[in-house]
Design a protein around this ligand. Structure first.
Ligand code: UD1
Length: 355
């Protein structure tokens, strides 16, 4: 059994780690292809090293570009990789351009494709991630859904027969790392002389927040006006767009910091007073760590975080301030993202299912 995983962007490296370990434990040959969509060491190499993945077997070096150019370059390169490796399964992750490129290349070469994190929907057709996930789900042979809500979305699109509920693999890695952090003072807290429980962690990188100068200015104003220091773990995209629009990031409560490696991020999140983000992964991590989250978007795919009261949507500076100041959410034992053993289920599905 040979599985070829295709990854390219930061959240995919986190999801890859538990899959890689579960594949090795099951004696499956696991080949890793990095498209090169993310190339900054802080968005890429640190995750491979820290999460014990080792180096990718193939690195396509595609880099940045418009959606079509980036996706097209990946497609062309992946045809050759799949022809050389002849996998039993191609496994694609999440909703990035790397995901849709790999799914499309594999399906056209008649190689079975499995989509991890299938069935998430924002129903916002302006988001590149929404195009990517809808097209990937409809191209794939096996849909590995993280939640019941995702299973229902796939069923309503006529894809129930290809769907299996496995749980969320990010939960696997999060729980493992969280359990090693008890009592540790986060590196970020020491470095910036913060007080535990008295700072916010923020990340902003989505096109809908960074590319429109008015929206980026509103988000920056919202964060800068908060009542505690706000550490903005700045993705290169937000730094580049702020410079282009002439918006100063270091203002008011805002403290700009480079992105963190996974363990440092989870440690910093765990002892924060709250998270403000437009990242899908961090919203869910906040919920799993039981840290209140404010999501700077008009909708979310992780609706369970909202329903359980741990996440609130906000877009304007005022909405962000109100959401961050809201009373603490009610405790909950609900576990909509599974039990932390999703990766083993994924490998078991792939080894048992022939398409
Ligand atoms: C991508 C994914 C998004 C995911 C995010 C995680 C798509 C359509 N989007 O968004 O779903 O949440 O990754 O971070 O696939 N850049 C660098 N260095 C890098 C990578 C990017 O400087 O290593 C800059 C470049 O200016 C680039 C811009 O960031 O043009 C956007 O990068 P891109 O990979 O296209 O999308 P992300 O915004 O990272």
């Amino acid at each position: 059994m040979k599985i070829v995983s295709v990854v390219g962007a930061r959240p995919q490296f986190v999801k890859l780690a538990p899959i890689h370990h579960a594949a090795l434990a099951a004696g499956v040959e696991h080949v890793i292809v990095h498209t090169g969509q993310h190339y900054d060491p802080l968005l890429s190499d640190v995750f491979f090293e820290e999460l014990g993945i080792g180096a990718p077997d193939f690195h396509l070096g595609v880099g940045s570009g418009s959606h079509g150019k980036q996706t097209g370059a990946m497609l062309a390169a992946l045809d050759d990789v799949f022809a050389e490796t002849t996998p039993d399964w191609v496994l694609v992750y999440g909703d990035t351009n790397s995901t849709v490129a790999a799914a499309l290349s594999a399906v056209k070469m008649h190689i079975p494709v499995a989509h991890l994190e299938a069935g998430l929907r924002s129903f916002n057709r302006r988001m590149p991630e929404e195009h990517n996930r809808v097209m990937t789900d409809h191209a794939a042979d096996l849909l590995l859904a993280p939640t019941k809500v995702a299973v229902d979305h796939l069923a309503s699109e006529g894809l129930a027969e290809r769907t299996v509920l496995v749980g969320d693999v990010m939960t696997d890695v999060l729980y493992q790392v969280r359990d090693t952090l008890t009592g540790t003072v986060p590196a970020l807290v020491s470095e910036l002389s913060l007080q535990t429980g008295e700072y916010y962690v923020a990340t902003i990188h989505r096109a809908e927040n960074t590319d429109d100068p008015e929206q980026l200015a509103a988000v920056v104003a919202g964060l800068a006006g908060l009542d505690r220091p706000v550490v903005l773990l700045a993705h290169p995209r937000v730094v580049a767009k702020a410079a282009e629009h002439g918006i100063a990031l270091n203002q008011g409560s805002l403290v700009v910091h480079e992105p963190l490696a996974y363990r440092d991020l989870i440690a910093a999140a765990l002892t924060s007073a709250g998270i403000v983000t437009d990242s899908g992964g961090l919203q869910k991590e906040a919920f799993l760590l039981r840290v209140p989250c404010t999501t700077v978007r008009t909708e979310t795919e992780w609706v369970e975080t909202i329903e359980l009261g741990w996440n609130v949507l906000a877009r304007t500076a005022e909405e962000i301030a109100d959401a961050v100041r809201r009373p603490a959410p009610a405790e909950t034992d609900d576990a909509p993202y599974g039990d932390g053993a999703a990766a083993a289920r994924v490998i078991s599905e792939l080894t048992q299912t022939s398409r």
